[in-house]
Design a protein around this ligand. Structure first.
Ligand code: SF4
Length: 453
């Protein structure tokens, strides 16, 4: 690729593919931020890229094989252009390290989520012909680590405030690939968000694998509610969200904040994973179904408009028909606004991988489908309950497929398409009120009520 070419000011191109969760999306944005600083622009075409990066995820089945097949697609490209640099980042990189280099001779760089900030140095090494691996897990977040702000496009941005997890749920690989919980200092987080606001960002989502365990014990300097309060007080910012929360760390102070901070969106994503205490114990989740329910019922009693969404795993090892029925009963009782249901898939290296009672793919598929069918009806009912109500919408731009309407999201993260009267000047990134006129399971239709403010 010739990094020296940067002295000739030739803009170089990076093709970046991202798999997995929002933490990975955020890491990719950070990579793009670093690369922008050394004269890279993003391209959608790997054929003309100087650098190809694949940011990988281990959560889905056969993650490793998928990485090799993705890598295989670029083998010929590399043969034709030896200067092309190819790198693997993310959780598969963290887990496989050196092994990836051995199996894929055309691969130049392997780096895990803790080493994203070293991308510039890694590129220089790769450019000088060395094949590099960076998978060291660090125990503190270096001040310079988040020095390159993520690339912001549009009115919304994600800001990573901590990383790692101490929980070791028996099915999850995250504590092994992303290490123990480490929190960033509040001043670093605030200055990153101020930078994003200066670029026009109106809504930030604070991210962490276990975001509400952000704390002074993990390297932060304030409590999570205090940090949220600081973020909400930033001028120019209209909305604040956070994800993903662990039910055991939802405390009274955090619940009160939803009433006190108007910018804090009335939406809580709180993974429950199962409706059976027996399965929750095998998962190592640290709460019972009734503890979970009493938390969300208290929140809904205080804030009836609060949307609560959750994650559920269908077909965990040893899950009986009764356990699964308990999960269905929980879904009916909790009436979540939405659920993200996943079929259990075995992760080598986790405790659950060696549990007895691994279920067939047919049973897991059937249970997953039953959950999705049940929730689809509830989601539609809950969306229909909003017909005639006024919702506050952050405008993201014209609706896809119908440019005469504007599209945005409610505080509870529902997609709304809004019919606007001619002459109403609706700006992207502004908040407007709209009256809901119709609802489907996935979207709301509405009419503009007022102008922007
Ligand atoms: S809380 Fe459990 S599921 Fe979530 S990241 Fe930590 S170990 Fe994984």
């Amino acid at each position: 690729m010739g990094m020296e070419e940067s002295s000739e000011n030739r803009e170089k191109l990076v093709f970046l593919e991202t798999f997995g969760c929002q933490m990975n999306d955020n890491d990719s944005e950070r990579m793009l931020g670093i690369l922008k600083g050394i004269n890279f622009a993003r391209t959608d075409d790997p054929n003309c890229a100087d650098l190809i990066l694949i940011n990988t995820c281990t959560v889905r089945d056969k993650a490793e094989q998928k990485v090799y097949s993705t890598l295989g697609r670029y083998k010929e490209l590399k043969r034709g252009r030896p200067g092309l640099i190819i790198g693997i980042a993310g959780c598969v990189a963290q887990q496989q390290g050196e092994k990836l280099l051995k199996r894929a001779p055309h691969l130049d760089m392997v780096f895990g989520p803790h080493n994203v900030h070293k991308l510039r140095e890694l590129l220089l090494e790769a450019d000088s012909g060395r094949r590099v691996v960076a998978t060291a897990l660090t125990e503190a977040i270096d001040a310079g680590e988040y020095g390159a702000a993520p690339e912001a496009s549009g009115e919304k941005a994600f800001v990573s405030i901590m990383r790692g997890c101490n929980n070791f749920c028996s099915y999850c690989i995250v504590p092994y690939t992303r290490g123990r919980e480490v929190s960033r200092l509040s001043a670093d987080i605030i200055s990153e968000i101020e930078g994003l606001c200066a670029k026009g960002v109106k809504e930030v989502t604070l991210l962490g694998q276990n975001v509400n365990s952000y704390s002074t014990s993990g390297g932060g300097d304030v409590s999570f509610p205090a940090l949220l309060g600081m973020v909400c007080s930033l001028k120019g910012l209209l909305r604040v969200r956070f994800m993903t929360s662990h039910p055991k760390d939802i405390g009274a102070e955090l619940i009160e904040l939803f009433g006190a901070e108007k910018k804090l969106c009335r939406h809580l994503h709180l993974p429950v994973q199962s409706g059976s205490d027996r399965i929750l114990e095998k998962m190592g989740r640290g709460y019972t179904v009734s503890e979970y329910l009493s938390k969300i019922e208290r929140i809904k009693a205080l804030y009836p408009d609060m949307a609560i969404t959750t994650d559920i795993i269908a077909g965990f090892p040893g899950e009986t028909a009764e356990d699964f029925e308990a999960t269905m009963a929980l879904v009916r009782r909790a009436r979540f606004d939405n659920i993200f249901a996943f079929m259990y898939s075995l992760r080598p290296g986790t405790a659950a991988a060696s549990f007895d009672g691994q279920l067939s793919v047919e049973v897991r598929t059937r249970r997953l489908q039953a959950l999705l069918d049940e929730q689809r009806v509830i989601t539609l009912e809950k969306n229909r309950d909003l017909i005639g109500r006024t919702v506050e919408v952050l405008v993201e731009g014209p609706s896809r497929g119908d440019a005469s309407r504007m599209m945005g999201k409610t505080q509870c993260n529902r997609i709304v398409n809004i019919a606007c009267p001619p002459g109403l000047d609706v700006l992207q990134g502004s908040i407007m009120e709209a009256v809901v006129t119709d609802a489907s399971p996935n979207t709301l239709s509405a009419e503009a009520k007022t102008g922007n403010h």
